[in-house]
Design a protein around this ligand. Structure first.
Ligand code: GRG
Length: 289
């Protein structure tokens, strides 16, 4: 926890400052954006950005990149909870944005958080246009129809359909792994780029992202509401394609281990100080929520 808490505090403070105050007109929209962005959450993607940036340090501040990716993540959760998508009334132990406000406001708050991410990147890295463009390119591709939205579309289209390994892999890769992979990439883009091998970074991010989603599937299946902080068994209830439905519990667990083992091997290939990122990954691996 001691390597996580100081950075988590820095992230919370940067998030507080990165979007307009609730008193800014339209007050309802900015309140809804803040309600969802500041509602807790593990801040996994932001922490990954910050710990990745420390491996080959540079003068570039990774905090704005970390806040931008959390804005994209918060948007995806707001939209995912909408009646037309997962239709969830709660998120992070609180009412979902559309329950607390209304559906139209939730759609707009999500849209605005997504847009705000790119405002942050373009403004905060304006002194370093090459970095700004690389960050914007990486985050926009990961969020769009070649990334997270592609995964969401196929996830919805496959509800209630029969077991299919290739489709599950497509959904997990796009819906979840792409953004985790991009968190690592954003961190390295903010670091000393002369030292990195992007192919290894991409593989590391992919394996960590897949491990994260497998773990999410397993927690939904095996955990309880009190530990997880959200209702469990939702995948089964909605007949969603997930790792347990496709591979069974035993095989899903061994695939999870294989992804984490690949992460450990890839970390060894990076010739920088990976100690803190490795500690964060260790914390993620043992997470219960
Ligand atoms: C583009 C509308 C739209 C949706 C995007 C990513 C996504 C699709 C929906 C989010 C819902 C979901 C279950 C995605 C899988 C990734 C995942 C496990 C999200 C939860 O992330 P955590 O555990 O959440 O980091 P906290 O609350 O800790 O931030």
């Amino acid at each position: 926890m001691e390597i996580i808490q100081p950075l988590k505090d820095a992230i919370e403070s940067a998030l507080q400052d990165c979007i307009p105050a609730s008193s800014t007109r339209p007050e309802k929209l900015h309140s809804a954006m803040r309600f969802s962005l500041m509602s807790g959450g593990k801040r996994v993607r932001a922490l990954i950005v910050l710990h990745s940036a420390k491996i080959f340090p540079s003068e570039v501040d990774p905090i704005p990149a970390a806040t931008a990716i959390e804005c994209v993540h918060a948007y995806s959760l707001i939209h995912d909870d909408l009646p037309a998508m997962d239709n969830s009334d709660t998120r992070r132990g609180r009412p979902s944005c559309h329950i607390q406000f209304d559906e139209a406001t939730a759609i707009l708050a999500g849209d605005a958080l997504l847009t705000e991410a790119f405002t942050i990147l373009s403004q905060k890295y304006s002194q370093n246009p090459s970095i700004a463009i690389q960050l914007i390119e990486a985050l926009s591709i990961a969020s769009g129809s070649r990334g997270m939205i592609a995964g969401q579309q196929e996830d919805i289209d496959n509800e209630g359909l029969s077991v299919n390994e290739e489709t599950l892999d497509f959904i997990h890769t796009h819906k979840t792994a792409r953004l985790i992979q991009t968190a690592i990439k954003l961190g390295f883009i903010c670091g000393d780029q002369t030292a990195i091998h992007m192919e290894t970074v991409d593989q590391l991010g992919y394996n960590l992202g897949m491990a994260f989603q497998y773990q999410d599937d397993l927690l939904d299946f095996e955990s309880d509401e009190q530990t997880l902080g959200k209702p469990v068994g939702l995948d089964e209830e909605r007949d969603k394609l997930n790792a347990i439905k496709v591979y069974g519990l035993h095989e899903a667990k061994s695939r999870l281990s294989a992804y984490y083992n690949a992460v450990d091997e890839l970390l060894l290939k990076i010739d920088g100080d990976t100690k803190d990122l490795a500690a964060l990954i260790h914390w993620l691996r043992s997470r219960k929520f």
